[in-house]
Design a protein around this ligand. Structure first.
Ligand SMILES: [Zn+2]
Length: 710
């Protein structure tokens, strides 16, 4: 019988994969029958709970609004009401079984309706969350809602069936059942998501792809189904088998960006942004390996965001030859937003709550994996990841388990690297000095000194140094090992060296030298103290729209001050200054600071980055360092119309890595975004210094996925 075969096959697999888990952490099974009444915010549940062993009493937590009734043979005593410490008020119960056993039943119902709250307070913070919500538009319940009995911190498996209003569909983890879902691998949560949905499906060789949309949109659904299959295939080949039976894109009824086991719950705007299918979407799919496949042992630090960013966001750019750009932007975000006070070690990262925690928890972790890969080589690095996945699937794992896996495959002691990058705060800062070229018998001798200038002890580093040689198409690559705060480079070269570059492809986690960072919106949005200067002389409608935008940003950035240009004779002091308005009296100061940049403002048109735009119909956003005040970044926002201003206000926080932008019309559609070109930096100098000489493009680095086709 095919059914029995499947079951026994599964059981064998489960035993092979998870027996360690079963020993380590007992598993509770829930058989849930749910009926939802969205108009009243209510649900009614019948749960049959199977415990890992026979017992006569068990304690559990349940949402305080839900009134449980035990099945015959079970008595229930409420023992505690807990209002604080959980996302919702809960009650603790003790269930006594008249005859000791491992199974008991409960029935309960009640209202769960907690309002949405904004998650983060930074400029881009338009995501919300709720610990549980049943509304006529849709339902979102998770373990945080305590909508099912929570027993200890034990892992669980479940089956979930539901009676829903006409036209509604239910989504949860795992495999589809008739009228519901089940998951046999140990889980941390049981999600219950429901709404009126159009469902699109595509069976695939790895798992079924599903799309749940609130309104029919066949072309978009097909794009997501195709992308799902492609990424499941990519990551299964790269890392090991996908651990679930399906993957679903589910449209939420508020703006969210959740990655759950075997589905992602994204907001209606997010889903329709054209770049999401190549950025957030593969990131959420990959979380089924990191975070929802191998669970995170949060007590020892959340490694999963950095690893997911590295193998999704970074890898997909690396495949297009843009890996170094992505790493540079990552380091720039760190330099722009992390000051001394915001530092913490990776072992203390739980989740992001603003730009600084993201720059460390995602950015620094990502760079740590990149350095590990460079040290071990692509093949061994990948083997380590596969081993980590195989050994820890459906278990909680930490940096220690990662270290074990990488040490096992590389036969190297990696304790120093893991200690330095995960338990220590901060970053090394590099300085190149005493560069000399001398003629030598066999050609030339190049010598230089590299220093680490950060406070505190040295970081152990393998610093890539590239030398551009006369008449040679490719640069010479040398790795300088730094064990102290200073290291001497001495190279005998057969040809004349023309240029020396230290870490030009941003392979190290380090604090960038200011000369390596073009001015960007990120410096304005990442700054603790910001001043916005409003244009008194602007037409009333524009004036009021600028003021509203400034006040809106001020609510999200406590260190933001608003001034009018008539109050000022010159630029105020401070790390970051925004000038608003074409009419701003201080506009000339900005143009002085930006002199020499590829930008000019004419009567009717403006030239920027080699392109020309009519002044009417276009909004302009420019940044510049202020040469008169080192460390100060200036921004100038000149909007085309009052209608464009609030749209620019929402969009700009998403363009932080750029130096200049142009937007078209009242809609403020972006038509130009770029960074100012950088002249030579302190770590990229010509030999002898100061000679004008083109900087050759560096060869493309192989992508991690190149291994799959070799
Ligand atoms: Zn993530």
């Amino acid at each position: 019988m095919p059914y029995a075969k499947t079951r026994s096959g599964l059981f064998g697999l489960a035993l092979a994969l998870f027996c360690q888990v079963c020993l380590a952490r007992p598993i509770v099974h829930h058989d849930l029958q749910v009926s939802l009444r969205p108009s009243g915010g209510a649900l009614a549940v019948q749960d049959t709970i199977t415990l890992p062993e026979r017992t006569s009493a068990v304690e559990f937590l349940l949402h305080a609004n839900l009134e449980p009734e035990p099945a015959p043979g079970v008595t229930l005593t409420p023992i505690e009401y807990i209002e604080k410490g959980f996302p919702v008020p809960v009650r603790r119960y003790r269930a006594r079984l008249a005859t000791p056993g491992n199974r008991f039943g409960l029935r309960y119902e009640g209202v769960i309706r907690h309002s949405l709250e904004q998650i983060s307070k930074d400029y881009a913070g338009d995501l919300s969350q709720t610990p549980g919500l049943i509304l006529p538009e849709g339902v979102f319940l998770s373990a945080a809602s305590h909508w099912f009995p929570i027993i200890g911190n034990e892992r669980l498996t479940f089956s979930l069936r539901s009676t829903l209003p006409e036209g509604w569909r239910l989504v949860s983890q795992g495999r589809a059942l008739d009228g519901g879902w089940e998951e046999q691998s140990p889980q941390d949560d049981i999600y219950l998501v429901a709404a009126p949905y159009r469902v699109y499906r595509r069976p695939g060789p790895i798992a079924e792809a599903l799309v749940y949309l609130r309104d029919a949109d066949e072309p978009m659904a097909q794009r997501y189904l195709e992308a799902t299959e492609r990424y499941l295939d990519l990551y299964s080949r790269l890392l090991g088998p996908y651990p679930y039976a399906k993957f679903a894109l589910v449209e939420n009824f508020w703006e969210s960006g959740y990655g759950m086991p075997s589905f992602t719950l994204l907001g209606p705007t997010v889903i329709r942004l054209p770049f999401i299918i190549h950025t957030s979407y593969p990131h959420e799919i990959l979380h089924n390996w990191w975070g929802n496949g191998v669970y995170v042992d949060y007590a020892s630090g959340n490694w999963s965001e950095g690893l997911t960013s590295y193998l999704a966001d970074h890898l997909l750019r690396e495949q297009r030859g843009k890996g170094a750009d992505y790493r540079r932007a990552t380091l720039q975000r760190y330099a722009d937003s992390v000051g001394q006070q915001e530092e913490f070690p990776l072992t203390a990262f739980r989740g992001r709550h603003g730009q600084a925690s993201q720059a460390i928890g995602y950015g620094k972790t990502m760079m740590f994996f990149h350095m590990l890969r460079r040290q071990l080589g692509d093949r061994v690095f990948l083997e380590g990841l596969r081993r980590f996945y195989r050994d820890n699937l459906f278990r909680s794992a930490g940096f220690g388990d990662l270290r074990q896996a990488f040490e096992a495959v590389s036969e190297q002691d990696l304790s120093g690297q893991f200690r330095q990058w995960t338990t220590r705060t901060g970053a090394p800062a590099l300085q190149l000095g005493e560069v000399r070229v001398e003629e030598a018998p066999a050609g030339f001798r190049l010598s230089a000194v590299l220093r680490q200038t950060q406070p505190g002890p040295a970081f152990r580093l393998q610093v890539p140094v590239l030398i551009q040689l006369d008449q040679k198409p490719l640069p010479l690559r040398h790795t300088l090992i730094m064990t102290g705060k200073q290291a001497r480079l001495e190279l005998d070269l057969g040809a004349r060296p023309l240029r020396i570059k230290v870490d030009p492809q941003f392979e190290l986690f380090r604090r960038l030298d200011p000369s390596e960072i073009p001015s960007s919106l990120g410096q304005l949005f990442g700054s603790e103290e910001v001043v916005i200067v409003l244009p008194e002389g602007a037409p009333p409608e524009l004036k009021s729209a600028y003021r509203k935008l400034a006040e809106g940003w001020a609510r999200r950035a406590p260190g933001l001050k608003i001034l009018w240009d008539r109050q000022l004779d010159g630029l105020p002091p401070g790390r970051a200054i925004w000038l608003f308005g074409m009419e701003n009296r201080l506009r000339g100061r900005f143009l002085e600071a930006a002199a020499g940049k590829p930008f000019s403002l004419g009567e009717d048109e403006m030239k920027i980055g080699g392109r020309t735009f009519p002044r009417t119909g276009h909004s302009l956003v420019l940044t510049s360092a202020n040469p008169a005040a080192p460390g100060q970044t200036l921004g100038w926002l000149a909007a085309h119309s009052a209608a464009a201003i609030p749209r620019l206000g929402r969009k700009l926080p998403h363009y932080q890595k750029y130096s200049y932008l142009v937007f078209a019309g009242d809609e403020a559609g972006n038509i130009l975004k770029s960074r100012w070109p950088l002249a030579d930096s302190a770590l990229n100098i010509t030999l002898p210094a100061g000679v004008g000489r083109p900087d050759l493009e560096l060869p493309r680095q192989p992508a991690l996925t190149d291994i799959l086709s070799n």
